[in-house]
Design a protein around this ligand. Structure first.
Ligand code: DUC
Ligand code: ZN
Ligand code: ZN
Length: 483
């Protein structure tokens, strides 16, 4: 402690039961200028002192799959923008979000990024980076725009194998993967077979089957399994690492397991909806099942268990929310085509930014399914590593941003939409009990959530330029898919 005078810290968190991706130990955390500057026993006081005795302190969550104020092509409108989305994130212990700058077909990717910055400007209360959705990989995008954007800190790309307005064919995906590989970006793939979905949907509609539950029947596990296998093959051809997003069940997991066995750098993401929602939620009376329409759809209990096993055995790299919020009772939301709209016209997506960490802490850590270090890996550290934000984000270490969560694990709490901070008019987890919730969230040393109150400020959140991810720069043939 030589050279550190009294009150040399802005904030000291005392007696923190620190959990990182690797370790659990008790220490004080000294914070100055928004950065962790000391970790040790009996640190001098700071101007602010927070006593965390008896409480876990984890790195703030990094939610690497969220959709905020993303433009749509069907006339629907997302319920959350950067103001309400980042507020909701902070109240649920997430301190970094990575939403998507979407290129529409025929439009410039660079312009999409510029326009998305305008949507974010001055609104975010926590830090944010951008992924790039490439829906038109023309020569200008591949030769000019993508290399320049990657060099400027946009080092992750999402491509879709389904959705008419965004999907790429196999050749286009290979082109994007090869470009990402050469220039140093991670590629996320939405793996569902578009033609199978189209054919099954036509058949259901012809039989007059339009209720929300038929969303699940139009996108069965096999369409995800086939596309997952194909995505792996395309990545193998182009020698690029990939992350398969929102993996929903056993058959897709088996493909990823197979790829790992071949030594391929295939990473995998799942989301709370594949652990806590099921096809039963899509079958709720009337139109209520539309609240849980997302793609891939929630599956059955056996698939939920397969996803838990994948969290336990290392198959999954990250757990993200895929927060894609549409109001339920709203002509711009789930009722875009009325209260009896056909499943295939209901906007896809559910809100989940604020509930991601409490659900996984409660049912994962406190229920004994995963330990707290694995929880930190899945919800923070691995996302920071995958997307070039580590060690600034994703850990508790000297030099890292002071993005921290102090946990309350003593009190049961029932999830109620009226108590959440997003702008969506429902949560699919209404009435579910959790036993963990952030008591305090700090974003770069500033308390943004404490004792049930949001203290964040629009504009506090900074845009993060991402480094080229280490797992991409290392040669794919020797890289392993664990980080
Ligand atoms: N599926 C996606 O691929 N993105 C947003 C929401 C959803 O359900
Ligand atoms: Zn997707
Ligand atoms: Zn998504």
């Amino acid at each position: 402690m030589t050279g550190i005078s009294q009150h040399s810290f802005d904030t000291v968190i005392r007696n923190a039961h620190i959990a990182t991706a690797a370790d659990t130990y008790t220490a004080d955390i000294g914070i100055s200028g928004g950065v962790i500057v000391a970790i040790g026993r009996d640190l001098f006081d700071g101007r602010e002192v927070i006593d965390a005795r008896g409480r876990f302190v984890t790195p703030g969550g990094v939610d690497a799959h969220v959709h905020l104020d993303q433009p749509t092509s069907d006339g629907s409108k997302m319920a959350d923008d950067f103001l309400t989305g980042t507020r909701s994130a902070a109240c649920g212990g997430t301190t970094t979000v990575i939403p998507f700058a979407l290129q529409f077909k025929g439009c410039s990717l660079r312009t999409a990024v510029e326009e998305y910055h305008v949507r974010a400007a001055g609104k975010a209360s926590i830090d944010y980076a951008f992924h790039l959705i490439v829906s038109d990989p023309n020569e200008a995008v591949l030769k000019d725009e993508l290399p320049e954007l990657i060099a400027n800190g946009y080092t992750s790309i999402k491509v879709y194998m389904t959705y008419d307005d965004m999907k790429l064919d196999d050749r286009q995906i290979i082109d994007v993967l090869a470009c990402a590989r050469i220039h140093g970006a991670m590629t996320m793939i939405h793996a569902e077979n578009s033609d199978c979905i189209g054919w099954l949907t036509e058949r259901l509609l012809a039989a007059g089957l339009t209720a929300p539950k038929y969303h699940g029947e139009s996108r069965p596990m096999m369409v995800e399994r086939e596309a997952t296998h194909r995505a792996i093959a395309l990545a193998e051809v182009s020698e690029a690492p990939i992350l398969i997003v929102h993996v929903s069940g056993r058959e897709a997991i088996e493909q990823i397991h197979w790829a790992r066995g071949r030594g391929l750098p295939v990473f995998a993401e799942t989301c709370p909806q594949y652990l806590f929602l099921s096809e039963d939620d899509l079958s709720l009376d009337g139109f209520a099942g539309a609240k849980c329409i997302c793609s891939p759809p929630p599956r059955d209990k056996a698939n939920q268990q397969a996803v838990w096993t994948g969290l336990q055995n290392g198959l999954f790299t990250i757990v993200s929310s895929d927060h894609a919020p549409f109001n339920y009772d709203d002509p711009n939301g789930k009722m875009l085509h009325g209260a009896n709209g056909s499943f295939h016209q209901v906007p896809n997506g559910i809100p989940g930014l604020e509930t991601r960490l409490p659900l996984l802490f409660s049912e994962g850590v406190l229920a004994g399914r995963i330990d707290i270090n694995r929880f930190v890996q899945l919800t923070s550290t691995n996302a920071a590593k995958l997307y070039g934000l580590y060690p600034r984000k994703g850990t508790i270490a000297v030099g890292s941003d002071a993005d921290l969560v102090i946990w309350d694990t003593g009190n049961a709490r029932t999830i109620r939409n009226e108590e959440l901070h997003h702008a969506a008019d429902y949560t699919p987890y209404e009435g579910r009990e959790v036993r963990a919730w952030p008591a305090i969230t700090l974003s770069r040393g500033t308390v943004v959530w404490a004792d049930g109150e949001f203290y964040g400020r629009a504009g506090h959140g900074q845009f993060l330029r991402c480094e080229r991810p280490a797992v991409v720069i290392s040669h794919p043939k020797t890289a392993v898919a664990t980080i």
